[in-house]
Design a binder for this molecule. Structure first.
Ligand SMILES: [Zn+2]
Length: 208
């Protein structure tokens, strides 16, 4: 079980509530790092799914600015052999949570980011159309940090308040909407721990 003291703080002090987030699409306490890799959502596509991913560049190395550079099409592809393999790839996510819990935003939540690729959730294809994508800096097999779970729960709470169609069972992993093709966030992501943390965050302020 998560330590409820760690997770029970409501995000209202941030100044972002569900209504304003629904209008602006920007999380007030995120570092805004705009990516060109996005487009409009199709007409009528509501926001009804949250997709959890992981990324690290180079794989397994944390703390550099390569993820931001990659999502902004500014990665120096000569800097590492792995970067050659992703040259020309244009992708993005709405949000990134660094190892220390810092939040970076690349695309307005109102827009369609390019994180899911070919994908299907409960029979509905093209998950980018109707989802929000959150990357955790990490790998499939490296335990995520408490700070990351804390920020993910906080942000998920904000997003669920703004878009109530995103219920707890419509928070999923990339591996679940692109099985066989994608493995993130991997076995290192503790879904039970996260869901317990989310319940604490969602519940605090309503109970007592
Ligand atoms: Zn992914």
């Amino acid at each position: 079980m998560p330590d409820s003291d760690v997770f029970s703080e409501r995000p209202s002090a941030s100044g972002t509530d569900g209504n304003s987030l629904r209008e602006t699409g920007q999380i007030s306490f995120a570092r805004w790092t705009p990516s060109p890799n996005f487009g409009p959502r199709p007409d009528g596509a509501g926001i009804s799914l949250l997709v959890v991913h992981n990324i690290s560049l180079p794989p397994g190395q944390f703390g550099g600015r390569e993820i931001e550079d990659f999502f902004c099409n500014q990665l120096d592809h000569s800097a590492h052999p792995y970067f050659k393999t992703i040259e020309g790839v244009q992708v993005s996510a709405h949000l990134l949570i660094r190892r220390d819990g810092a939040l970076v935003q690349f695309v307005s939540l109102l827009d369609r980011a390019w994180h899911a690729g070919r994908s299907c959730f409960e029979g509905q294809e093209e998950c980018n159309d109707f989802s929000i994508g959150i990357e955790l800096e990490g790998t499939d097999d490296t335990p995520y940090t408490t700070e990351q779970y804390r920020m993910l729960a906080k942000v998920a709470d904000l997003i669920m308040t703004a878009w109530p169609d995103i219920t707890a069972n419509r928070i999923t992993g990339h591996c679940d909407i692109a099985p066989g093709r994608k493995s993130d966030p991997g076995p290192a992501f503790d879904w039970r721990y996260f869901r317990s943390a989310l319940e604490i965050v969602r519940g605090s302020g309503r109970n007592v």
